[in-house]
Design a protein around this ligand. Structure first.
Ligand code: GLN
Length: 540
């Protein structure tokens, strides 16, 4: 295919309709037909990236191979497509303005007045086209955050208008809207969609395809009506019915022929067959589990599902790989006390302590880890979860009662977890952690090594400032907690595990960012496997 095609996915009527999943599903269908596809998310907020935002604000912060702190939709893109994304795949208003203002300070605008149009819109267009420049991709799908009509989305919509005008047949716009169902009258209503398209038209953009989110099927009459009022062909009215799982959506979009309509509109051949066999097999296993395990997810942002998105999705991939269902029990670490421990954790077949920052909820995490260690419950600690496992071991096995991380207690006599040397002088918060992929050398004859199979050196993504303090390593290893993964260049402990425990592993990195449908992460797969083994041992 010669020219890269640009597809925009915008939203109307309401937020949270699932633009990310629709974008990822379309990308999956095009990929299954043999095209090279990438997806990009444009976020209209002023933060330069979501790294400094509380997960309650914006859900999980996803980290790419190159260390970009990004929107969680990039996680969906990677999980669906099994490709890596990068900083170029997530642009925010903050980043656009930062670039434009830096150029202005350098005098690059040669005395011109710097304005939203054309300078901000040009920078937006440059960021979109950057992905298509090298000719690596047949399609660049760009999802625009927010909804059409939002003040902060305006420059993005204007950039879409300009690109559509400039590129003509190499560009198309998909608009995702909501068709609400009024139970009282038993009717689906199209008016909000009509209004949303009208707002889009006021900005100069005629959407080519409407994807209509709905809880009831759209009949022919309603499709005709939407097509008539919104200037689209009837086959370009695509139903997006509520699904049991996000992994159903590519197949639902295929049934609605979204990919075919896209290809036809871009004058591309539609006779390529989509190979979705593996995906269908994954879905079948997901829907027909042979057994079930209960795993506790202990963290402080458990009240918001999006806060631990990648962890939850990694469990779905690992569950399928084990022919089982993982029932994830989200437990607020602040609710854990000595008294509530067995009540809250007693029924679990596995315990995962989540990543995090700061003091709040830390003691509950440490108590949960002690419970997992003492009762032989499979345990996986991620980042702060690993650090807590180390602190727990120092306090309760090595007898170092005030052992802590200097993040929580800078004055502890036993700084088991300490700030990295390279982090000591850093004062800015944004984008300054140890971020992105680093190699890790695995120790032979360990559970970690067994998980990763034949690999001696693995590469995993990081997002932290603190690390295991090597001064204590010898004492730990003598007492049964060993380092099973080390960064070869800086000698940092990246994985710890207990020698005498069914499965107790802590990782300083984030395996959840690398689990995909096609490649479930081996640590999650083996953790779930251990949970199954322990639960079956109890039953038998
Ligand atoms: N707060 C810890 C650190 O900065 C852990 C970070 C995390 O869990 N992502 O090292």
């Amino acid at each position: 295919m010669s020219d890269t095609k640009y597809i925009f996915v915008t939203g109307g009527v309401a937020s949270s309709l699932g633009k990310g999943i629709i974008s990822a599903s379309l990308a999956k269908l095009l990929q299954a037909r043999g095209f090279n596809v990438t997806i990009q998310k444009l976020d209209p907020y002023i933060n330069v990236d979501p790294g400094t935002m509380n997960p309650f604000e914006h859900g999980e912060c996803y980290v790419t191979e190159d260390g970009a702190e990004t929107d969680l939709d990039l996680g969906h893109y990677e999980r669906f497509l099994n490709i890596s994304t990068s900083q170029a795949n997530n642009i925010t208003t903050g980043r656009i303005y930062q670039t434009v203002i830096t150029k202005e300070r350098k005098g690059e605008y040669l005395g011109k007045t710097v304005q939203v149009i054309p300078h901000i819109t040009d920078e937006i267009k440059r960021s979109i086209k950057l992905l298509g420049e090298d000719g690596d991709y047949d399609f660049v799908i760009t999802e625009i955050g927010g909804t059409v009509g939002d003040i902060e989305s305006l420059p993005y919509i204007e950039a879409v208008r300009q690109m559509k005008w400039e590129m003509k047949t190499d560009c198309l716009v998909i608009h995702l809207t909501l068709i609400p169902y009024l139970a009282a009258s038993g009717e689906l209503k199209t008016k909000p969609t009509q209004h949303s398209v009208k707002t889009f038209l006021e900005a100069g953009v005629q959407p080519d395809i409407l994807v209509c989110r709905t809880e009831k099927h759209l009949d022919t009459d309603i499709r005709k009506k939407i097509a008539l009022f919104c200037n689209v062909t009837q086959d370009a009215v695509i139903e997006s019915i509520d699904a049991d799982t996000i992994y159903d959506v590519p197949l639902l979009m295929k049934e609605e022929k979204l990919d075919k309509v896209v290809l036809e509109m871009l004058s591309l051949p539609t006779d390529t067959a989509a190979d979705l066999d593996d995906w269908i097999q994954f879905l079948n296993k997901l829907k027909n589990p042979k057994r079930k395990v209960r795993i506790g997810l202990i963290g402080k942002y458990v009240k918001l599902n999006d806060a631990y998105k990648s962890i939850a999705e990694s469990f779905i991939h690992a569950a399928v790989a084990n022919d089982c269902e993982v029932k994830l029990e989200r437990i607020d670490s602040e609710d854990i006390s000595e008294e509530s421990l067995s009540d809250k954790l007693g029924d679990l077949n596995g315990i995962l302590v989540a990543p995090g920052f700061g003091e709040r909820g830390i003691e509950g995490k440490i108590m949960a880890i002690k419970y997992a260690r003492e009762n032989g419950i499979p345990f996986l600690g991620i980042c702060l979860g690993m650090q807590c496992a180390v602190i727990e071991f120092a306090r309760n096995v090595l007898g170092l009662k005030d052992a802590h991380s200097t993040e929580m207690n800078p004055d502890t006599e036993n700084p088991i977890i300490d700030i990295m040397e390279s982090q000591k002088k850093i004062t800015d918060k944004g984008g300054t952690m140890r971020l992105g992929v680093y190699p890790c050398e695995l120790t032979n004859n360990t559970k970690a090594k067994k998980c990763y199979g034949s690999a001696n050196i693995i590469s995993e993504r990081h997002r932290h400032r603190f690390e295991f303090n090597n001064e204590f390593l010898e004492d730990f290893e003598k007492s049964g907690m060993i380092a099973s993964g080390i960064n070869p260049e800086f000698d940092l402990v990246e994985i710890i595990e207990l020698r005498d425990h069914p499965w107790f592993v802590g990782v300083q990195f984030h395996p959840e960012y690398k689990s995909t449908v096609a490649n479930p992460h081996p640590l999650f797969v083996n953790f779930v496997k251990a949970a199954i083994e322990v639960s079956e041992a109890i039953i038998n």
